[in-house]
Design a protein around this ligand. Structure first.
Ligand SMILES: [Zn+2]
Length: 108
């Protein structure tokens, strides 16, 4: 496949992934995003570009950029299962107490 075709195929997969993510998310009154599709051990997962990805992490990285593999995410809104990237804090940020939320919960 030529580079241009590969880029096009990648772009298509990305658009398709975005569409599938939108379809699979239910947003509640608090703005929390809940995944209605496949979960593994309570974690929202989806196959993107032929790989199984953890959506909470994937969405966070898509929105805010890279996250070191060793860095955990904490759901600062306190709603278990919420995958809204705006409701996640990296563990480092959480510990530095720069949470935009007034009462961040400690991880279970
Ligand atoms: Zn939330």
């Amino acid at each position: 496949m030529s580079q241009a075709n590969e880029d096009l195929a990648y772009k298509f997969q990305l658009e398709d992934a975005k569409r599938r993510i939108k379809e699979g998310i239910e947003i509640d009154a608090a703005g929390c995003w809940f995944w209605k599709k496949l979960t593994v051990n309570g974690s929202a997962v989806m196959n993107i570009h032929g790989k199984r990805v953890h959506l909470r992490r994937y969405l966070y990285i898509s929105k805010y950029g890279a996250l070191p593999a060793t860095e955990r995410l904490i759901t600062a809104c306190g709603h278990k299962g919420c995958i809204n990237p705006g409701h996640q804090l990296s563990h480092t940020h959480f510990m530095a107490e720069i949470s935009p939320y007034s009462h961040p919960k400690l991880p279970q």
